[in-house]
Design a protein around this ligand. Structure first.
Ligand SMILES: NC(=O)c1ccc[n+]([C@@H]2O[C@H](COP(=O)([O-])OP(=O)(O)OC[C@H]3O[C@@H](n4cnc5c(N)ncnc54)[C@H](O)[C@@H]3O)[C@@H](O)[C@H]2O)c1
Ligand SMILES: O=P(O)(O)OC[C@H](O)CO
Length: 367
C-alpha cells in the first residue's frame, strides 16, 4: 500500500494520512459462523488489535472458546488470541458491531441470516467470505445478502487462495476484498492486513464471486484426476481448461478479465486444485479412488462447497442462455455435475473430456 489520504466509511469527514494506521473510531467485528474460516478471520482481526466476536450456534461451544481460547472441534490445536471471544447470543454479538464478517457455508447462509437479521444494526457493512452459488435461487452471496439484509448497507466479498489453517498459523497469505463501496474495501483491507496477511482490493464483485464458485468445481475435477492417477499432463490440461470455463462464464456475467486471472480466480484455482488442505480436492480424490457420493458424505462433516455449486452452476448457465450445446462450452463443469449426480463414473467422465471436439485453443464463444 502506498501512503495516501483516506476518508472513512463510518465518518467520511475524517481523514488520515496513510493506510495501515489505526482507524479513528472503535472497531468491533462480529463473525457469523464459527467454522474453520470464521475462526481464521476472527484471529486475523484479533491479531490486528480489533475485538472479534464469533457468533456460534451452541452455547457450550461459546463457553469452551472463551475458557480455552480455541474451538473444541475446528482447528482445535490453534489458539485464537485474546481479542477473540464467542457467544451464541445473536443480539449480544451484533448490537455494537462496526463490521460483520459472514463465513457460513452458502447453502445455510439464507436461513442463518433470516434467523439473526433482526439483530443486525441498520447500515452496518457486511463482508462475506463464503464461496458458491445457492442451489434454490441460483444466487451468489451478493444476491443472498441483499435478499436477506436489504440494499441499504454496503457489502464486501473476500476471496483468494486462503486455507483457514494456514491463516490461523500465520503463514503468508494474499487475498482480495471486492466491494462497490471503495471506502469499505479500503477500510477492511486496513483492518485485516498484516505482514502475513496481505489484502488487495477490487470493485469487481462479480469476478470475485464467479472465481470463488467455479474454482471449487474445478478442484473436485482435479481431485478426481489425482485419485485416478491420470498424471501431471492430464492435471495441468484439466486445470487450465477449467480456468477457461471460469473465464468464459465470468466474462459473460460481466466480470473483469484481470479479476479472473488474479488471486480470486486463477490464484484460488491453483491453491484449491493442488493444495492438500482443500476439502473440494479431497472430495474429488475420494471419488476418483472409487468411493460413492453417499459413502463420502456419510463419513465427513466437512463442507465441500463445489458439490452443491456444480449443479447450481449448470442450472445458472442454462438459465442465462438459450445457447446451443452448453455442455460443450463448459465440459468440466457439466462433467463434474454428471459425475456427482451418478450419471457418469469418475474415470468415464474425465476420459470423456479427451473426446471433446477439437478447436482453436483460445475459442471464446460466449453463450
Ligand atoms: N475453510 C477454508 O479454508 C475456507 C477458505 C476460504 C473460504 N471458505 C469459505 O467459507 C465458508 C465457510 O466455510 P468453513 O470452512 O468455515 O466451513 P466449516 O465446515 O469449517 O464450518 C461450517 C460452519 O457452518 C456452520 N453450520 C453448519 N451447518 C449449519 C446450518 N445448518 N446452519 C448454520 N450454520 C451451519 C457450522 O456450525 C460451522 O460454523 C464456505 O463458503 C467456504 O467456501 C473456507
Ligand atoms: O477447502 P476448500 O476446498 O473449501 O478450499 C478452501 C479455500 O476456498 C481455499 O482458498
Amino acid at each position: 500500500f502506498s501512503p495516501d489520504t483516506r476518508t472513512f466509511h463510518r465518518n467520511p469527514s475524517v481523514t488520515r494520512l496513510s493506510a495501515n494506521t489505526p482507524l479513528p473510531y472503535p472497531v468491533r467485528i462480529a463473525v457469523l459462523g464459527g467454522g474453520n474460516f470464521g475462526l481464521a478471520l476472527a484471529s486475523v482481526c484479533g491479531r490486528a488489535g480489533y475485538s472479534a466476536t464469533l457468533l456460534v450456534r451452541d452455547p457450550d461451544v461459546a463457553a469452551y472458546v472463551n475458557k480455552e481460547n480455541r474451538h473444541p472441534r475446528y482447528m482445535s490445536d490453534v489458539r485464537l488470541g485474546e481479542k477473540v471471544r464467542a457467544t451464541a447470543d445473536a443480539k449480544a454479538a451484533l448490537k455494537d458491531a462496526t463490521y460483520i464478517i459472514h463465513a457460513v457455508p452458502v447453502q445455510y447462509s439464507r436461513s442463518f441470516l433470516e434467523n439473526v437479521k433482526e439483530h443486525i444494526p441498520i447500515g452496518t457493512p457486511v463482508m462475506s467470505a463464503s464461496k458458491g452459488i445457492e442451489t434454490t435461487s441460483l444466487g451468489f452471496m451478493a444476491d443472498i445478502l441483499e435478499d436477506c439484509l436489504g440494499k441499504d448497507r454496503s457489502y464486501a466479498f473476500l476471496s483468494g487462495p486462503s486455507f483457514a489453517r494456514e491463516i490461523a498459523e500465520q503463514r503468508a497469505t494474499a487475498v482480495v476484498i471486492a466491494s462497490e463501496d471503495k471506502q469499505l474495501a479500503d477500510d477492511l483491507a486496513d483492518i485485516m492486513s498484516s505482514p502475513n496477511f496481505r489484502v488487495f482490493t477490487s470493485s469487481d464483485v462479480m469476478g470475485i464471486e464467479v472465481g470463488g464458485s467455479v474454482k471449487n468445481v474445478i478442484a473436485i475435477a482435479a481431485g478426481m484426476c489425482e485419485g485416478l492417477g491420470l498424471g501431471t499432463n492430464a492435471m495441468s490440461g484439466l486445470v487450465t481448461r477449467g480456468c477457461g470455463e471460469m473465464r468464459r462464464l465470468g466474462l459473460y456475467l460481466g466480470a473483469e478479465p484481470t479479476t479472473l486471472a488474479g488471486l480470486s480466480g486463477v490464484g484460488d484455482t491453483f491453491g484449491t486444485c493442488f493444495g492438500p488442505l482443500s476439502r473440494n480436492r479431497n472430495f474429488g480424490i475420494r471419488l476418483g479412488k472409487g468411493e460413492t457420493m453417499e459413502e463420502i458424505l456419510a463419513t465427513t462433516t466437512e463442507v465441500a462447497e463445489g458439490v452443491d455449486t456444480a449443479g447450481a452452476l449448470v442450472d445458472l448457465i442454462k438459465s442465462k442462455s438459450k445457447g446451443y450445446r452448453l455442455d460443450l462450452k463448459y465440459p468440466i463443469i457439466f462433467g463434474v455435475r454428471d459425475i456427482l449426480e451418478g450419471k457418469l463414473g469418475a474415470r468415464e467422465g474425465l476420459e470423456g473430456l479427451m473426446e471433446m471436439p477439437l478447436r482453436l485453443e483460445s475459442y471464446e464463444a460466449t453463450h
